[in-house]
Design a binder for this molecule. Structure first.
Ligand code: 13P
Ligand code: ZN
Ligand code: NA
Length: 283
């Protein structure tokens, strides 16, 4: 079942859990996320990022979600991750996404506001939810790299201003997490996060969910995070499972065997994150 992104996150916010937004890259990862959602009875976002858009395309990914989800009880919002332009966001809306992110965080504030607001106005006319980003999240997302020093935390009053001016439904902030795995210790700026969540009063999105220790995830949710993006840990689970199959039998040429193991590993990882994020399925 496809549901509104905004409603999904408002439900999470008022019940004190976070929705997992899981990145999909192929048929098996789509299937893994759908199966985990259905088995855990938990709503999820399946997010389509810039790399998979370049390699497979939004259209094909949406087709996979529809066809693989048809006979499952998954509850899903299809989400555009780090949307790169107004045009791309509109294409996603046309293709039937329930949620689109426009990422103008690398732009000057007024430019970020201008384009995000355009996206929000157009998407809202069709009841599609919108995520904006303010502040710089560290790490590498597709081809954009933000170094530790360059990464700067979201400013509280700027976040409030951005939220009011753009009309976004939820807001991605930079509070210490980074895309990818971490070399050193993760430092979450929980006070900053709490202040932003209180003053913005909309669901807050945490990017860079992979590699964040479980205890910190709990603290982030208590501080007001309602959507947590997870990509790298899923790709890692996929890769490790495929490597295991080929290590045991380098002559295993049945891709269904290799990809099946990889899918099951991703499904387990998604289920683990759903439980960590406190999503409780109804009995
Ligand atoms: P990770 O790769 O650290 O899980 O971050 C995912 C993300 O933020 C996608 O937008
Ligand atoms: Zn991200
Ligand atoms: Na991360």
């Amino acid at each position: 079942k496809l549901v509104s992104g905004k409603e999904m996150l408002l439900e999470a916010k008022s019940n004190g859990f976070a929705v997992g937004a899981f990145s999909a890259h192929n048929a098996e990862t789509v299937q893994a996320i759908l199966l985990a959602s259905a088995e855990q009875k938990a709503p999820v976002m399946i997010q389509i990022g810039q790399r998979v858009i370049r390699s497979i395309g939004m259209d094909a990914m949406v087709g996979l979600i529809h066809s693989l989800g048809r006979d499952l009880d998954a509850v899903v919002a299809i989400h555009l991750d780090h949307g790169s332009s107004f045009e791309q966001a509109m294409l996603a809306v046309q293709l039937g996404f329930q949620s689109v992110m426009y990422d103008g965080s690398h732009l000057p504030l007024d430019e970020n506001i201008r384009i995000t607001r355009q996206v929000a106005d157009a998407a809202h006319a069709l009841r599609i939810s919108v995520e904006g980003e303010i502040g710089r999240i560290g790490g590498t997302e597709d081809d954009r790299t933000v170094s530790e020093e360059e990464a700067f935390l979201t400013d509280v009053s700027e976040a409030v201003y951005f939220s009011e001016q753009t009309g976004v439904d939820y807001l991605a902030v930079a509070v210490g997490t980074a895309h990818g795995l971490y070399k050193g210790e993760v430092k979450l700026h929980l006070n900053r996060l709490r202040q932003i969540a209180e003053q913005v009063d909309k669901p807050i999105v945490l990017h860079g969910g992979s590699g964040v220790p479980d205890a910190l995830i709990h603290q982030a949710i208590s501080a007001g995070v309602s959507k947590i993006n997870v990509d790298t840990e899923l790709r890692q689970a996929f890769a490790l499972a495929a490597q295991r199959v080929w290590r045991d039998d380098p002559d295993e040429y049945h891709l269904a065997v290799v990809l099946g193991e990889a899918r099951d590993a991703v499904k387990q990882k998604v289920a683990e994150k759903i439980r960590l994020f406190g999503q409780r399925g109804e009995e």
